[in-house]
Design a binder for this molecule. Structure first.
Ligand code: SIN
Ligand code: FE2
Length: 210
């Protein structure tokens, strides 16, 4: 059952997670998509290997100082594109505005950009490579709907799921900051936002010590 969050009348707390439905208007979603397309032209999305040597179905790139990275050596943040060695472009202002609806103490220094094509998913994981878990992870969804799954801070804890739609913002903070989470599947073609279908997810984080 969804309950109202007193801080944001439009927000709901779903399975303990604050979800702000339609945090971005249709026009803002289209504008942000344009900015992400510009970023992806200079900072091409790449495929990562998990620590187990399996390729991930999601393609990634980033804006801001840091990008999350994974290979056989493990998980870490990097400060240059793995193929071009260039720094990542600045975080779009619209994404920064969504972050500041949830966190005003520090700006984010990483906006991870995940692209989900047909059949892509993301296995259950924790976001725990950042310096200070006192800062949230703020997620913005664009394009096709995605079934988001969230559990507790132990992998074996029970999980629940709900759909994230284009324009929704969601925040992992407090008790949920280290909760296991992932994407079970997307409804490919379920939104007209991306011309060729698929979903973009932006996760804003504070990676370095503030
Ligand atoms: C992530 O956990 O990094 C992405 C979650 C999502 O795609 O909504
Ligand atoms: Fe995550």
């Amino acid at each position: 059952m969804a309950a109202q969050d007193p801080l944001f009348p439009e927000s709901a707390v779903i399975h303990g997670v604050t979800v702000r439905r339609a945090a971005l208007t249709g026009t803002e979603q289209a504008d942000l998509l344009g900015e992400i397309q510009d970023i992806a032209r200079v900072s091409r999305p790449f495929s990562l290997m998990t620590g187990w040597g399996k390729p991930m179905s999601v393609k990634m790139t980033a804006a801001g100082r840091f990008c999350w990275f994974s290979d056989r050596r493990g998980y870490r943040y990097i400060e240059a594109h793995p193929e071009t060695n260039a720094a990542f472009p600045p975080i779009p202002a619209l994404a920064l505005a969504v972050w500041s609806q949830f966190e005003t103490r520090v700006p984010p220094d990483c906006c991870l950009i995940n692209y989900y094509g047909e059949g892509a998913r993301m296995g259950l994981h924790q976001d725990r490579d950042e310096a200070d878990f006192g800062y949230p992870v703020v997620s913005i969804s664009l394009g096709d709907p995605a079934l988001f799954r969230i559990g507790g801070i132990e992998r074996k804890d029970p999980t629940r799921s709900f759909w994230l739609e284009s324009g929704d913002a969601m925040v992992l903070q407090g008790d949920n900051r280290l909760a296991f989470h992932g994407i079970d599947r997307i409804k490919f073609g379920g939104s007209g936002l991306l011309p060729k279908g698929g979903r973009l997810n932006l996760t804003l984080r504070r990676v370095a010590e503030a």
